[in-house]
Design a protein around this ligand. Structure first.
Ligand SMILES: C[S@@+](CC[C@H](N)C(=O)[O-])C[C@H]1O[C@@H](n2cnc3c(N)ncnc32)[C@H](O)[C@@H]1O
Length: 298
């Protein structure tokens, strides 16, 4: 969820900049702004940019990769609080959402890499840390997660660390909020389940046990944090907004397939209105965020 890639894809819409924003944010596309906002919301909820066990393992000249980096904002934020001797390398299949090079710290660079293709030889075994976040929309059956992890591990030096943060939208549903006015969140749940069932049937979506996934890939010292998106009460609304955008955007896209059991465009619009009413009443969507960490054997 929390991923609208199935829905609005890449757009070139321009928005008016606000006075206190850096100049480039005023020119950011809608998708870029969505990713930047989501980064802030996720980081606040998780409580850290980088799992606290990782920093002490990094050498003074650490090489850090962020694969499927999107905008590059995670790298830029980590770079700002790291020794300047570290180097940061962001990769994606699309440069469309990249922050402008001049807005990035000097030791951050962004380039091309497809994590589904063999890792280029010159990058193999060269990183002390590989980060990947929010790629569930590109996953599917467990075998895709396994293949992706094995491929990403090729980037690591022996003893290097990989960390994967993702949202398990398969457990997402609506909940009654704390206010007296709140509905039960039934329309939120119904929309979410419709999307989940369709994605499971059509693409075999799954969310593996991240600890097992990491251990089975031969990673050592595996750790996993699970964060509930309602951990901070004040964030329930913003997570619900992310979820509603992803669920009904995704269902809108699927409606074009016109297959039996899929909601039509009109049905999606009607159900979205009901879900928004749920949200306005104080009901909210909730799911789990998983942060897995593992070390490549020496
Ligand atoms: C939801 S965004 C997440 C961006 C970033 N990791 C974040 O957390 O802000 C997913 C990103 O994965 C990228 N992506 C999808 N498939 C990919 C692939 N096979 N190789 C590299 N990047 C990919 C997309 O282009 C998109 O930028």
């Amino acid at each position: 969820m929390n991923d609208n890639d199935t829905t609005n894809g890449h757009t070139n819409d321009q928005t008016d900049g606000k006075k206190d924003e850096p100049y480039w944010l005023g020119r950011a596309s809608v998708e870029q702004q969505r990713l930047l906002k989501q980064h802030g919301i996720w980081t606040k909820s998780i409580g850290y940019l980088l799992h606290p066990s990782i920093t002490p393992t990094l050498p003074p000249n650490a090489r850090i990769a962020d694969v499927a980096t999107g905008t590059g904002i995670w790298l830029a934020d980590v770079a700002k609080v790291s020794p300047p001797s570290y180097s940061f390398h962001g990769y994606d299949i699309s440069s469309e959402q990249y922050l402008p090079a001049e807005s990035l710290p000097e030791n951050v660079s962004l380039g091309f890499l497809d994590f589904k293709k063999p890792i280029p030889e010159d990058l193999q075994g060269t990183f002390d840390l590989v980060n990947v976040r929010l790629i569930i929309i590109s996953m599917g059956p467990v075998s895709v997660w396994q293949d992706t992890l094995k491929n990403l591990m090729r980037l690591l030096k022996p003893g290097g660390v990989i960390t994967w943060t993702d949202g398990n939208f398969l457990v997402a549903r609506g909940f009654r909020g704390s206010s007296d006015t709140s509905t039960s969140g039934h329309a939120l749940t119904t929309g979410q389940l419709q999307l989940n069932n369709t994605l499971i049937k059509r693409f075999g979506y799954s969310f593996p046990d991240m600890g097992d996934l990491f251990r089975d890939a031969g990673l050592k010292d595996v750790k996993e944090d699970v964060i509930s998106t309602d951990r901070l009460v004040e964030q329930r609304r913003e997570f619900t907004e992310i979820g509603v955008g992803a669920v009904f955007g995704g269902l809108g896209n699927l409606s074009k397939a016109g297959e039996e059991g899929y909601w039509s465009k009109e049905e999606v619009e009607k159900r979205k209105e009901e879900a928004v009413k749920d949200m306005e009443s104080g009901a909210y969507l909730r799911w789990d965020i998983h942060v897995a960490v593992g070390v490549k054997a020496e």
